[in-house]
Write a protein that binds this ligand. Structure first.
Ligand SMILES: Nc1ncnc2c1ncn2[C@@H]1O[C@H](COP(=O)(O)OP(=O)(O)OP(=O)(O)O)[C@@H](O)[C@H]1O
Length: 290
């Protein structure tokens, strides 16, 4: 996936001593440059305040997410990355007491909280892949076709076509083409995660939200999913929450850094890791907190 890389250490703000932890060195692929051609905004988040009951979890988030690019959300535990991700397909609606109290999220200029928007339809357009792979206890074939069958599609030729296309899209076809009718639970952890990605893309979404999709995977399975993300962005807009700075640097075109429910800095990934504007971002990406 990645050809050339440039090594760097973030410039020091203070001398490293026994009292200060060693700084991280992040490799940012040279293709993650600021020279990407401009992209259209697909998702426009404005002045978003989000609450769990009385507790405010997101404060005045303003963020424009590019179409057919990969954006990484990074920041220390509890800063609101997953909350914001789940706002984008209204998954938080499923949690009692949650509310967007101010602001908006628009996808292609349509406010996703408009009264005529059906959250189930929205989630077809904005698919999600979770930290822990969660295949249904069904065959590989049925996992992929589940969403289509719910939509009333039962034509076998059509279902076969989508199964092959989705599994190829998730770089899993060659590994499972001879066992499509065996249980998805019989696959390895990495294969199960790619099966979940195949299931998500089978309904042809525009956006894929990925919440720490590799955190339960070994390095080889992680590398496969990262390679896949690189391929998938040709077709989908991808937003990935990750705790791995290396993963954000390898996979994403833009990175948003959050701290305590606020968006601190958002820029192309190379800038965030090599030349962040904000001292908190610099401290986080260089490993001095979080
Ligand atoms: N279901 C919930 N009910 C109440 N508070 C919640 C709920 N989910 C998250 N929170 C709170 O909202 C804040 C943001 O949490 P969130 O999970 O979005 O952070 P995060 O950056 O994704 O963290 P992590 O990296 O640990 O997954 C935290 O203070 C968290 O405790």
């Amino acid at each position: 996936m990645v050809n050339a890389t440039s090594n760097f250490s973030t410039p020091s703000m203070e001398p490293t001593s026994a009292a200060t932890p060693a700084r991280r060195t992040i490799n940012v692929p040279s293709e993650r440059s600021a020279n990407l051609p401009p992209a259209n905004t697909l998702i426009d988040i404005e002045q978003l305040d989000f609450y769990y009951g009385a507790k405010q979890a997101l404060f005045d988030i303003n963020l424009k997410l590019d179409e057919k690019r990969v954006t990484a959300f990074i920041g220390p535990s509890g800063c609101g990355k997953s909350t914001l991700l789940r706002c984008i397909n209204r998954m938080n609606d499923l949690i009692d007491g949650t509310a967007v109290k101010r602001g908006s999220i628009k996808i292609r200029d349509i406010n996703i909280h408009r009264s005529d928007i059906d959250p189930i339809e929205l989630r077809k357009r904005v698919g999600m892949v979770f930290q822990k792979s969660n295949p249904f206890p069904k065959s590989i074939y049925e996992n992929i076709t589940y969403g289509l069958r719910i939509q009333g599609i039962s034509n076998k030729a059509k279902l076969d076509e989508v199964v092959e296309k989705s599994l190829r899209g998730a770089a899993l076809w060659d590994e499972v083409k001879d066992r499509l009718h065996e249980s998805g639970l019989g696959l390895s952890g990495g294969q199960q995660q790619r099966l979940c990605i195949a299931r998500a893309i089978a309904v042809d979404p525009e956006v894929l939200l990925m919440d720490e999709p590799c955190s339960a995977l070994d390095p080889i399975a992680t590398a496969k999913v990262e390679e896949l993300i690189h391929e998938l962005k040709k077709q989908f807009t991808i937003i990935i929450v990750t705790h791995s700075m290396q993963q954000a640097a390898r996979c994403s075109d833009k990175t948003a850094f959050f701290y305590m429910g606020k968006l601190i800095e958002y820029a192309d990934t190379r800038t965030i890791f090599m030349n962040p504007a904000n001292a908190q971002t610099e401290a986080y990406v260089s490993g001095r907190f979080g």
